[in-house]
Design a protein around this ligand. Structure first.
Ligand SMILES: Cc1ncc(COP(=O)(O)O)c(C=O)c1O
Length: 416
């Protein structure tokens, strides 16, 4: 049997297409196999069963076999966590009831008097948690431009700094931060400062921050990782065993855990992560290039475009990008942006992103309304800024929809 299999494999190995740059199995293979070996389940089910039990029989009092109570551990959740860790090439992954639930749980690793340094264009909900909730608990935050000059991070570090929060690419301006450079500088200043990268927009498929030195990676699994807009969930991955022990304690002590059914759905979503991400990128790049040349478009932001201010960093740090595009229409007027959104038929106006369906939104009045107006202005989140999540529909239909909505937005106006 082995001989039969090895002959074609050896032949394939010689083919350039089959050469692997990194050791180990590919992300597509891991997504399908890691954590879900049929031998783990009674009856050897090929698809992992959903274990809804909240509690598990103990053969002797105080001596649980594998699990005791579902908040502390559950077979379906464990299966997902193992699979997620393998995709990020991490040793450990822990899941939470939402992306913000993951962030909140991590906040319990800090104490009053500690200081957070966060990227300035951070997701609105993360910024709100830092500004409004953590401030109340005595944890101060500084919001810093980590994109223009990564070395300036050092100016913002203090003896009380415990956490550096990087989001790259950012939501919604798609700014990039140099993970390796920032992490090296921060750890040189104090190796005990934790560096976290929110990898939601790039996914484990296109960017691996742990390999660049970060201590933690966070995902809102709600987005691309699940990819079907039907689950709210978050996760944190890491390699350091001590951090893992602390965070697994907090996972069950705080209790912001996902349901087994949701774990099943995310695990299923991961099976197509690679194929989805390739298609998201191919369609988004085509749309971004089209928009870039359009007479009604002022500026398109997409990391895979040569015009992106950090295109060189993009090529160094990421192996591709998702379906997120931000853009300004000519004139940058909110009325025109609203007309554009209202006329789109295939792009649904809604918050969130990363699903198979195309979505569109105005960050200033939707996802980022909680960012103070002055801060929004400084960052460039104007009232007219549009954020698009390019889905998996036929890209020609999406282009037709965009063109028709642009014509409508600019009809009967003085700029036409
Ligand atoms: C980059 C980023 N991080 C974190 C979150 C929070 O995740 P969740 O909505 O799952 O709580 C979001 C949500 O939009 C996000 O866009």
């Amino acid at each position: 049997m082995e001989g039969e299999l090895s002959a074609p494999l050896q032949k394939a190995d010689k083919d350039e297409e089959y050469q692997r740059e990194t050791p180990g199995t590919g992300i597509e293979t891991d997504a399908i196999h890691v954590g879900q070996e049929p031998e783990r389940w009674p009856g050897q089910a090929v698809v992992p069963p959903i274990s809804m039990a909240t509690t598990f029989k103990q053969l002797e009092p105080g001596k649980p076999v594998l699990y005791e109570y579902s908040r502390c551990g559950n077979p379906t959740r464990q299966c997902l966590e193992e699979c997620l860790a393998s995709l990020e090439k991490a040793k450990y992954a822990l899941t939470f009831s939402s992306g913000l639930g993951a962030t909140t749980t991590l906040m319990f690793m800090l104490k009053s008097g500690d200081h957070i340094v966060s990227i300035d264009d951070v997701y609105g909900g993360t910024g709100r948690l830092f500004r409004r909730c953590m401030a109340q608990m005595g944890v101060e935050s500084s919001f810093v431009d980590m994109s223009t000059d990564p070395s300036s991070i050092v100016k913002h570090l203090k003896p009380t700094t415990r956490l550096v929060w990087i989001e790259t690419p950012t939501n919604p301006l798609l700014k990039l931060a140099d993970i390796k450079e920032i992490t090296t500088l921060v750890h040189k200043y104090d190796p005990k400062i934790m560096v976290l990268v929110d990898n939601t927009f790039a996914t484990s498929f296109y960017q691996r921050p742990l390999e660049l030195g970060a201590d933690f990676v966070l995902h809102s699994l709600t987005k691309y990782m699940n990819g079907h807009s039907d689950v709210v969930m978050g996760c944190i991955m890491m390699n350091n065993e001590e951090y893992y022990k602390q965070l697994s304690f907090l996972q069950y002590a705080i209790g912001a855990v996902p349901s087994p059914f949701d774990c099943y759905l995310v695990n299923r979503g991961l099976k197509t992560l690679a194929v989805r991400m390739r298609q998201h990128m191919s369609s988004a790049l085509r749309i971004a290039k089209y928009l870039e040349k359009h007479k009604y478009i002022e500026r398109v932001i997409y990391p895979g475009l040569e015009s992106h201010p950090q295109y060189e960093l993009y090529k160094k740090q990421m192996s591709g990008f998702s379906g997120m595009i931000s853009l300004y229409l000519k004139g940058d007027e909110v009325e025109k942006s609203q007309r554009f959104l209202k006329h789109l038929k295939l792009f649904t106006t809604a918050e969130s992103l990363g699903g198979y369906e195309s979505l569109v939104e105005l960050p200033a009045i939707m996802t980022h309304a909680s960012v103070p107006e002055e801060h929004r202005r400084e960052l460039g989140i104007t009232d007219g800024l549009i954020r698009i999540s390019v889905g998996l529909e036929d890209v020609r239909d999406l282009l037709n929809d965009i063109e028709s909505a642009l014509q409508y937005a600019f009809s009967d106006t003085k700029n036409n």
